[in-house]
Design a protein around this ligand. Structure first.
Ligand code: SF4
Length: 410
């Protein structure tokens, strides 16, 4: 008996939850009329995503289908899996998106899919959904489309005309890992797709002599996802791959998704989930690389066997390994060094640099900027405060280690 739309929505939204790459950062809303308060967000298939400005948005996050002709060992939807299968038609996805949007449940759509028949056939259906939403139904919400591996370049290019963001999952940090666990995928093809997409995004962003206006083409750029803990790659390898992806393909984000053991999985896969804290530390390290001027080698050098320290955030771990660089005089240090002080975010550093043009700063000024004094005191000097030898104390690491009640993520 054919499953009802509601049953299929339950299956295909649950199947989509393994994809972490659905934040909608880096774009603006297409329709100011949709800026009213959000309605219920309790429905099946609705996920929350956070933009960098802290705005929380709701997306309908679903798969077009969880049937798949590929057999990636780490994936619940692989062809050899016993999972319950379902499929939407493009018309059903369009209808669901419009209904949820009109009821103010969502601000956009995140659409991925298993591969049915062929990569091109699947990608064609996904592009059709985005095209009809935009051109027939005048849908102004956010659209994030997953690009299907091996899909033709012209289809991915067409997707960029209608989607705000496109993403192609690299899934594993090394070609050897992809070869072992996703033998039908070609890492070269994934990188080629990313490269083509980057060129197209840059080309379309250039104003032409005739229009002098930028054309809209995947304005929120491209992103990818890496699974953490499925293969043996350490954090240094994962972050090194991320750095190459950011540098070579202009990715907006690399998302890290802690591997979840799945039923009937390959015997080569681990039986346990890596600690969620590992995923969290990778995000922190990724942030240091992109916004704080650290290179990957600096971030991972202090760890054991290329792994980040789970007990301390990577910036604090770096500072404790480089105590000779501290304390930092917040009234004189340059931006680069201020960004390396544990407890200082980019906004704090901006606030320090602008405030100190008018007067010399004290600890109270840091407090006003929202800084945790307990965290920064060993690392800074300012008017009225010097930490003396505090930064050299042998128990400094223990002072910052999480208490037992804070270990829920470990
Ligand atoms: S191609 Fe995608 S959906 Fe299909 S098995 Fe691989 S990861 Fe899963």
């Amino acid at each position: 008996m054919k499953k009802s739309l509601k049953e299929r929505l339950a299956i295909l939204s649950d199947a989509a939850k393994y994809d972490a790459s659905c934040a909608s950062s880096g774009t603006t809303k297409r329709d100011s009329s949709a800026s009213g308060g959000l309605g219920s967000t309790e429905g099946s298939g609705i996920c929350h995503a956070y933009a960098p400005d802290g705005r929380c948005i709701s997306l309908l996050k679903i798969l077009l289908t969880n049937f798949c002709v590929y057999d990636c060992a780490y994936c619940i939807n692989r062809s050899s899996s016993n999972v319950e299968r379902a499929r939407f038609t493009p018309e059903e996805v369009i209808w669901l998106t419009l209904e949820f949007y009109r009821r103010n449940y969502i601000e956009g759509l995140f659409l991925s899919s298993g591969i049915i028949r062929s990569s091109d056939h699947t990608m064609e259906e996904m592009v059709r959904i985005a095209r009809e939403l935009r051109t027939i139904h005048n849908f102004r919400g956010y659209i994030h489309l997953k690009s299907i591996p091996e899909a033709s370049a012209h289809l991915i290019e067409e997707a960029g005309l209608y989607a705000d963001r496109l993403s192609i999952n690299i899934e594993l940090p090394t070609d050897a890992g992809i070869g072992q666990f996703a033998p039908e995928k070609r890492p070269d093809n994934i990188r080629r797709s990313m490269g083509n997409l980057r060129l197209k995004i840059e080309e379309m962003a250039e104003p032409t002599l005739q229009t002098k206006r930028r054309k809209k083409f995947a304005p929120a750029g491209q992103s990818t996802q890496m699974i953490v803990g499925a293969d043996g790659a350490n954090d240094a390898t994962i972050l090194g791959t991320s750095a190459r992806l950011y540098g070579s393909y202009g990715l907006k984000r690399v998302y890290y998704s802690a591997f979840s053991p799945i039923p009937d999985s390959s015997r080569n896969l681990p039986l346990i989930k890596p600690p969620l804290m590992r995923e969290h530390r990778l995000y922190q390290a990724d942030w240091l690389y992109r916004f704080y001027g650290f290179d990957i080698g600096e971030i991972t050098a202090g760890g054991v066997n290329g792994m980040l320290d789970l007990d301390l955030d990577p910036k604090l771990a770096w500072a404790l390994g480089h105590r000779d660089r501290f304390p930092v005089d917040i009234n004189r240090a340059d931006r680069e060094m201020l960004l390396r002080v544990p407890g200082f975010g980019t906004k704090t550093v901006k606030g320090i640099l602008s405030s100190r043009r008018f007067r010399r700063l004290r600890l109270d000024d840091l407090k006003r900027l929202g800084v945790s004094l307990k965290k920064v005191q060993p690392f800074v000097v300012c008017d009225g405060w010097t930490p003396h030898r505090l930064v050299d104390r042998s128990d400094l690491r223990a002072m910052f280690q999480p208490k037992p009640e804070q270990l829920s993520l470990l």
